[in-house]
Design a protein around this ligand. Structure first.
Ligand SMILES: [Zn+2]
Length: 363
């Protein structure tokens, strides 16, 4: 796909988008988009791997204008009604969602949504029920590794961890640790993060800049409770993204249930309204199993969303709804190729062809 991608991105997608092919070939069911907030104005990329999940305000505005012109953006309420009754939706329906509940949701994303008179379903974690804004634990870990020396050693014998990490291994080691730390419940995980911080030689105030700087705090901190209320009062729909954003497949059964169920109850108590939608943290096939899908249903949600692409039809399981992940580098044509499902089909085609080539060459 690596060699094919530039050709698709720069030649094929613009041509097909301009010619209206994507609209004509659009899926029949609704398409759900996943954003992760907006990069605040003046923000300079700190963590390329994670920042790539956020879009600029200009791109977001441009994408919303494009959708309003050529697609039908539906409200979360209309989506819920469709889920429950399968009442017909307009053709080329699109639902906007945004994960993690970063402060930029309120300060940067909401104004653009209001300009366009559109609603979005925001998935927030239990951290947004606190009066003090905090960072997502796995982003905090990534920032610590970025600030650490080019190579470092880490030893946490209580969880069987001993590693020598070189600069080029930092990202893969970070991801390995995200999996490992997800095995622990929220308070234990926090303590382990503190131990890692100390091992790396950082003081408790190492992240003060991220908390105090107005731009960095919008990018990295999650909404506080009063900010969450402001988002809900502005007419946005609030969904759940678990208590502490672990990779649920790695959690014990008891912890996974607590993450899903307690968070729903806490959020409903705080907002005084039903929370009907869940977005599984990370949301890919390695972080969500059938156990979590069953838990979402048992907890009383009406629908739950993954972060894997695919079409939604009347038969798509309500607790495993796919979404299209929007990233910072998408052009408008690429954006439309993703919405129409064309990108996914191409990806599968190329994958099958390369598999065939590999298998063929071995025979
Ligand atoms: Zn998330």
């Amino acid at each position: 796909m690596k060699l094919v991608s530039p050709l698709l991105k720069h030649v094929v997608y613009p041509g097909l988008s301009k010619g209206g092919y994507f609209r004509r070939a659009a899926r029949t069911g609704p398409v759900v988009l996943t954003y992760h907030g907006i990069l605040p104005a003046g923000y300079k990329v700190v963590d390329p791997a994670l920042d790539g999940n956020l879009v600029s305000a200009d791109s977001f505005r441009e994408q919303l204008r494009f959708l309003k012109k050529r697609y039908n953006v539906i409200s979360p309420k209309e989506f819920l009604l469709w889920c429950e009754t399968k009442r017909e939706l307009p053709p080329r329906s699109v639902l906007l969602t945004s994960d993690d509940g970063l402060r930029s949701s309120l300060f940067d994303m909401l104004p653009v949504l209001q300009e366009s008179d559109l609603e979005c379903l925001f998935f927030v974690t239990g951290a947004s029920l606190s009066h003090t804004a905090t960072m997502l634990w796995y982003e905090e870990l990534s920032l610590m590794f970025l600030a650490a020396p080019a190579s470092f050693s880490l030893e946490l014998l209580e969880i069987g961890l001993r590693a020598e990490v070189q600069q080029h291994e930092k990202h893969s080691f970070w991801w390995e640790l995200v999996r490992k730390l997800s095995q622990f419940e929220i308070n234990r995980r926090r303590k382990l993060l503190g131990r890692i911080r100390m091992h790396l030689g950082f003081s408790e105030q190492w992240d003060a800049e991220y908390r105090k700087d107005p731009v960095l705090s919008r990018r990295f901190l999650m909404l506080s409770l009063s900010e969450l209320h402001q988002l809900a009062e502005a007419g946005m729909c609030i969904g759940e993204h678990t208590l502490s954003h672990p990779m649920l497949s790695q959690s014990t059964r008891e912890d996974a249930w607590k993450e899903i169920f307690e968070s729903k109850r806490n959020l409903e108590d705080a907002l005084g309204q039903e929370v009907w939608a869940l977005a599984y943290p990370f949301g890919d096939s390695s972080s969500v199993t059938s156990r979590e899908l069953q838990m979402a249903e048992r907890a009383g949600f009406k629908s739950a969303f993954l972060n894997t692409s695919g079409g939604i039809g009347p038969e798509t399981p309500r607790f495993a709804l796919p979404r299209v992940h929007i990233t910072a580098t998408m052009s408008l044509a690429e954006f439309e190729a993703h919405i129409s499902g064309f990108h996914r089909s191409m990806h599968e085609l190329v994958r099958a062809a390369s598999l065939h080539a590999v298998v063929g060459s071995k025979v």
